[in-house]
Design a binder for this molecule. Sequence first.
Ligand SMILES: [Zn+2]
Length: 104
Amino acid sequence: MTGQYDGKPMTCREFDAVMLELIASGEDINTHPHIQSCELHRALLRDLQAIADAAKMLFPAEEDPPDDLWTKLDDKLKAATNDSEKKTDHSMAKVEAAPDDEEE
Ligand SMILES: [Zn+2]
């Protein structure tokens, strides 16, 4: 997604919807116009950063990512990929977990 920084002010509700995505995508959220203008979200961001810092101390993931974490992520990715591949030979047993897929 682009065009979020086109100068149009965001409401707190709109910002809430994208804040975690921005953080997850590595954006420098401190420079976001909404953060600049909204004290509420500045405080929230400070809290989140404090939590993130604490988490880093507990789990120094950058230096030594836990095998388990990546295994789980990997499994999820594989499950997502396998899901579409399996569709062809899964005509008898419908996968309940993916009802959206059946509509296609
Ligand atoms: Zn706000």
